[in-house]
Design a protein around this ligand. Structure first.
Ligand code: RIB
Length: 296
C-alpha cells in the first residue's frame, strides 16, 4: 500500500474578528467584522497536505456542529474514515486579527480535549511502519499517540503547538521531525537565539530533524551536522493565521515526495507567504498549481 500521512489533529470552528487593535485588559472593543471559518491546526495542516498533493488521513473528533469541517476535508480529498463524531461540541477558537495581519488566538478544546484511548488504538490499527504520523498539541493524549505510533514503527512528526505543561513533561524521544517556531523553541529549550535552539534540540534529540520557522526572518532545517536556511518572501500580510500550518503541510508533502530539505523549505516558505496575503485559516492555503504559477 502507498505511504500515507495520518494526521491525528484538532478541528476547530474559528470565530474571527477583525479589530483596530487587540483588546486590552478591561477594555470593551467593537469588532470591524466577524466571520465563522474552518480551522484548527490539525485541519489546516491536513488541508495544506492535500492541496500540496499528499495522501492524508485525518483522525480526530468533532461534534454535530462541526459536520461542515468533515465535509470540507472530504472536498479537499482528505480521507475522513477515521474521524469521530461525538456528543461534545466541536472545538473552537476566538481569533482577533489586527490591520497588520497579526493575530491572537484563544482556543477552547471542545471535542478535541477528550479523546478515548480505545478510539486511538482503533485508528492506529489501520496504519503501519510505512506511514507517517503528524501531531500538533491541540488534541488530548499526546503521550499515548506518541507511543502508539512508535509501537507500529511509524515516522513521527510533531508541531509542538500550543506549548502546554503536558507537552513540556512528555517524553518526545519518539519524535523524528520537529516543526516549530521561535516561541515554541524557547519554551522547549530555554534559548531565544535560533542557532542555540537548533543546537540544543539536536543535542537532546540527535536523530531528529528540526525545522525552525522564524516568520519574516526565514526558516532553518537541521539534521545532525547538516543545516540549511531559506529566507522568507516579502509580502504584505493580511492575515497570518495558518501560515505555520501551511508551511508544515507543504514541507511534509515535499519531503514525502523525496524532495531535499532546501527545496522543501523554499516551496513551503512560498506557500506560507501566499497564505498570509489573504484572510482565513484553511481557506487561505494555496493549491500546488497556484504555488507553481504565482510569483511572490
Ligand atoms: O494555526 C491556526 C489555528 O490555530 C486556527 O485555525 C485556530 O483554530 C487554532 O487552532
Amino acid at each position: 500500500m502507498k505511504r500515507r500521512i495520518l494526521n491525528f489533529g484538532s478541528l476547530n470552528i474559528d470565530h474571527v474578528y477583525r479589530v483596530e487593535h487587540f483588546v486590552a485588559p478591561g477594555e470593551t472593543l467593537a469588532a470591524i467584522s466577524y466571520q465563522k471559518n474552518a480551522g484548527g491546526k490539525g485541519l489546516n495542516q491536513s488541508v495544506a497536505l492535500a492541496r500540496a498533493g499528499a495522501p492524508v488521513c485525518h483522525a480526530g473528533q468533532i461534534g454535530e456542529d462541526g459536520r461542515f469541517l468533515e465535509k470540507l476535508l472530504q472536498e479537499e480529498g482528505v480521507d475522513t474514515a477515521n474521524l469521530a463524531v461525538t456528543h461534545q461540541p466541536t472545538g473552537h477558537a476566538i481569533i482577533q486579527v489586527e490591520p497588520g495581519g497579526q493575530n491572537c488566538i484563544l482556543v477552547c478544546a471542545g471535542a478535541n480535549g477528550s479523546v478515548p484511548a480505545d478510539y486511538m488504538e482503533e485508528v492506529f490499527s489501520h496504519f503501519g511502519a510505512d506511514d507517517w504520523l503528524l501531531l500538533q498539541n491541540e488534541v488530548a493524549g499526546l503521550p499515548t499517540l506518541l507511543s502508539l505510533a512508535k509501537a507500529r514503527g511509524m515516522r513521527v512528526i510533531l508541531n509542538p503547538s500550543p506549548i502546554t505543561d503536558t507537552l513540556l513533561a512528555a517524553d518526545l524521544s519518539a519524535v523524528d521531525l520537529f516543526l516549530l517556531n521561535e516561541t515554541e523553541g524557547l519554551a522547549l529549550t530555554g534559548e531565544s537565539e535560533p542557532q542555540a535552539i537548533l543546537e540544543t534540540l539536536t543535542a537532546r534529540y540527535p536523530d531528529a530533524e528540526i525545522v525552525l520557522t522564524l516568520g519574516a526572518d526565514g526558516a532553518y532545517w537541521q539534521s545532525g551536522g547538516e543545516r540549511c536556511f531559506c529566507p522568507a518572501r516579502k509580502v504584505t500580510a493580511v492575515d497570518t493565521t495558518a501560515a505555520g500550518d501551511t508551511f508544515t503541510g507543504y514541507f511534509l508533502a515535499c519531503r514525502m515526495e523525496g524532495k531535499g530539505a532546501q527545496t522543501s523549505l523554499g516551496l513551503s516558505a512560498k506557500a506560507a507567504a501566499i497564505a498570509v496575503t489573504r484572510p482565513g485559516a484553511a481557506a487561505s492555503i494555496p493549491r500546488w498549481k497556484e504555488l507553481l504559477e504565482t510569483t511572490v
